[in-house]
Design a protein around this ligand. Structure first.
Ligand SMILES: [Zn+2]
Length: 411
């Protein structure tokens, strides 16, 4: 199933702002209380049996199970009888807050590099989620927040056609309140079948993305320039006294620029996805967990969240809209195999830009070589021969818009 998130700025009334803030406060208190309960349980298990620590005033019976999501959700329902303010918030919103806590704990144990969950202060808790919304909750210029009511939005784009709204997240940012709506494709839409022409993509070391056709696509200069400016403003913020008038002013400026950079980047990523889709039937990409990737496991494009968003969200969405087959292949050792003779050529250091095969003697850009391997794996996955007569620019690479893409063809 394909899902996609659209963001709209809200135009709430003063009363609605108070309601949203109240939701955030109550959700935050639920999050923190339940986080504390989990922490206390862990702490009680750590206490040695033969000594009684004075700090450990919580005596939790030995057979009491760990307060997991189901136990905490059940307790929450009970607490509503005692604490009436909990009833002010839509029950699904409170449940999704507990899910979020559960996810944070889960990530800590399962995802490498994730820290222990923290108690949230006002600045760290800025959103809440309605896990289920309906088409009737969306009007042209308004959206309905169950229990809060209709709120006006700035309609910056049309809702996607042929998709259903599923989830709604309300986020407080420095520039105001935003609604992030997740749309999903309806299941009645038939699956897209693989065609003859394939393209492999690899998130590059030196480029944003490399294709199996030999294209290295770089992030355009105007985005890099704006991102650099953003960084320098953020550095300046450190020298200001937190909370002062100048600090606040700069904070606003940063938020505005951030918004602008994000929009431009998103716009470019869409154009890139359409460009890629315009010349192929099938797109194969690496199956990468971008969270651990960004933590430096792979060392490429560290901290560039755009690549994860592109490969996991934007590209599948555009493929879906344009009827292009999209498939993720096994990511292992794509950079250690020769696309020409298929032999294992060994590990490359990050500074090594070329793939030079010691067996067959072929020499080409490392990212392009990896993209070719991805294409071959994709072909095999859909039951086609690894090397097809259609490979390598059989059908031209479309119109090269150099100003837009800063694109280099290396072969
Ligand atoms: Zn070789």
């Amino acid at each position: 199933m394909i899902s996609f998130t659209y963001e709209f700025k809200l135009k709430p009334s003063n009363k609605q702002i108070r309601d949203i803030e109240m939701y955030l406060d109550i959700c935050r208190s639920v999050y923190n209380w339940n986080h504390g309960e989990r922490k206390d349980w862990i702490r009680s298990r750590k206490s040695p049996i033969d000594r009684c620590s004075i700090e450990k005033e919580y005596i939790i019976p030995a057979d009491k199970p760990f307060p997991n999501y189901y136990i905490q959700a059940n307790n929450l329902t009970q607490s509503k009888k005692q604490y009436s303010h909990l009833k002010e918030v839509h029950s699904q919103v409170l449940q999704s807050t507990l899910k979020r806590l559960d996810q944070a704990w889960d990530d800590f144990f399962k995802v490498k590099g994730k820290g222990f969950p923290k108690f949230k202060n006002k600045n760290r808790f800025r959103s809440f989620v309605y896990p289920q919304i309906k088409s009737s909750d969306l009007k042209t210029t308004q959206i309905r927040l169950p229990k809060i009511g209709w709120i006006r939005i700035r309609k910056s784009r049309d809702y996607p056609t042929g998709m259903m709204p599923k989830q709604l997240r309300i986020v407080r940012k420095v520039t105001g309140y935003f609604a992030q709506i997740v749309f999903v494709s309806q299941e009645s839409i038939p699956d897209i079948l693989p065609g003859q022409i394939s393209l492999g993509l690899d998130a590059g070391v030196s480029s944003f993305i490399a294709t199996s056709r030999g294209e290295l696509i770089k992030t355009p200069k105007f985005i890099l320039k704006a991102a650099r400016k953003l960084k320098s403003l953020q550095r300046r913020l450190k020298n200001k006294i937190k909370g002062s008038a100048n600090w606040l002013k700069l904070q606003k400026k940063i938020a505005k620029l951030h918004f602008k950079v994000a929009n431009r980047r998103q716009d470019w990523l869409y154009k890139l996805a359409h460009y890629i889709c315009s010349s192929t039937d099938n797109i194969f990409v690496e199956d990468i967990n971008f969270t651990s990737w960004q933590k430096g496991l792979f060392g490429k494009q560290i901290g560039n969240s755009a690549i994860g968003k592109f490969i996991n969200q934007i590209l599948p969405f555009v493929c879906f809209k344009r009827g292009v087959y999209y498939h993720q292949v096994d990511k292992n050792f794509t950079s250690q195999e020769c696309p020409n003779c298929r032999l294992a050529t060994g590990k490359k250091s990050l500074s090594q830009r070329l793939h030079s095969c010691q067996y067959c003697g072929i020499s080409l850009d490392r990212d392009v070589a990896a993209a070719k391997i991805i294409e071959q794996r994709g072909r095999v996955a859909v039951g086609q021969p690894a090397n097809s007569k259609y490979t390598c620019g059989e059908r031209g690479a479309g119109v090269l818009q150099l100003t837009l893409f800063d694109l280099v063809t290396v072969q």
